[in-house]
Design a protein around this ligand. Structure first.
Ligand code: NAP
Length: 223
C-alpha cells in the first residue's frame, strides 16, 4: 500500500516504522523539511520525504499525525479544500486534549475527526490509534497479558474501515468496530479521560470489568 503521512513527529515515526516494516511505501511530510527527510531516512528505502501536498496525494491512505491545533493549517497546506484527499482513506490519530486541564479542545462542537472530514473534502476519515502512547504503537507486537491490543475504529466507509483494519493488523493488534464517525468524539473523550487517570497514577485498564461482567454478574441468582 502507498501511505502518505502528514507529520514528522513521534506518531509518524512509530506508525511509519511499523508500516515500513510491513512493506508499505511511505511519503512523510512536516513543517520542517529536514525533520521529514531525517524521518524518511530512518524509515528506510521504502520511505521518502515530500511536501504536505505530495504526502496527501501519494497514496490511497493518509495518516494525519500533527498536533490538534495545527490540523486546520496542515490540511489547508495539503490542499484538502481543493480535494487532494478526495477518495483517500484519512486516518486521524489526533487527540484534541487541552494540556493541563485534560479536557477536550473541541468541547461543545464537532469532534476533531468530524472537523477533519469537513475540511478534507471527499476523504474517508477513520479515527484510530489515538488511545495509546507512541511507545505502545512501536511494540512488536503490542500484546498484554497474552491478549493483542484492541484498536477501536470509528468511520462511515466500510472499505476504508477494512483498509485501516489491515493496517492495525500489521502491528499485531486487533481492530474493534467502534461505530460511525459520529462516535469518534467518544473515542477522543475516552483518550482525554484515560490520560487523566494515567497522569493521576491510576491503572485505567483496571477501571472496566471483563466482557462477561459487562451486562451484570452472569453468576448472580436470577441473571
Ligand atoms: N505521542 C503519542 O503518544 C500520541 C498518542 C496518540 C495520539 N497522539 C496524537 O497524535 C498527534 C501527533 O502527536 P505526536 O506525538 O506525533 O506529536 P509531535 O511529536 O509533536 O509531532 C507533531 C507533528 O506536528 C507538527 N506540527 C506541530 N505544530 C505545527 C504547526 N503549527 N504547523 C504545522 N505542523 C505542526 C510537528 O512539527 P515539528 O516537528 O516541526 O514541531 C510534527 O511534525 C497529536 O494530535 C497527538 O495528540 C499522540
Amino acid at each position: 500500500m502507498r501511505i502518505g503521512i502528514l507529520g514528522a513527529g513521534r506518531m509518524a515515526d512509530a506508525l511509519g516504522t511499523q508500516w515500513a516494516r510491513a512493506g508499505h511505501l511511505l511519503t512523510v511530510s512536516g513543517r520542517d523539511p529536514e525533520k521529514a527527510a531525517a524521518l524518511a531516512e530512518r524509515l528506510g528505502p521504502s520511505a521518502r520525504a515530500g511536501t504536505w501536498a505530495q504526502a496527501a496525494t501519494s497514496g490511497e491512505v493518509v495518516l494525519l499525525a500533527v498536533r490538534d491545533h495545527a490540523v486546520p493549517e496542515v490540511l489547508a497546506a495539503a490542499g484538502a479544500a481543493e480535494g487532494t484527499l478526495r477518495g483517500r482513506v484519512l486516518v486521524d490519530c489526533t487527540n484534541p486534549v487541552v494540556p493541563g486541564r485534560l479536557t477536550l479542545a473541541t468541547e461543545g462542537g464537532p469532534s476533531m475527526a468530524e472537523r477533519v472530514a469537513s475540511a478534507a473534502v471527499g476523504s474517508r476519515v477513520v479515527k484510530a490509534f489515538n488511545l495509546c502512547h507512541e511507545d505502545v504503537w512501536r511494540m512488536t507486537p503490542p500484546v498484554f497479558d497474552g491478549v493483542p491490543l484492541a484498536v477501536p475504529l470509528c468511520g462511515d466507509d466500510r472499505d476504508a474501515l477494512a483498509t485501516v483494519r489491515s493496517l492495525v493488523e500489521d502491528l499485531g493488534c486487533a481492530a474493534v468496530e467502534g461505530g460511525g464517525l459520529d462516535r469518534a468524539g467518544l473515542l477522543e473523550a475516552t483518550a482525554a479521560f484515560m490520560i487523566g487517570l494515567w497522569f493521576g497514577g491510576a491503572d485505567a485498564r483496571a477501571t472496566l470489568p471483563p466482557l462477561r461482567f459487562a451486562q451484570g454478574d452472569p453468576d448472580a441468582a436470577g441473571s
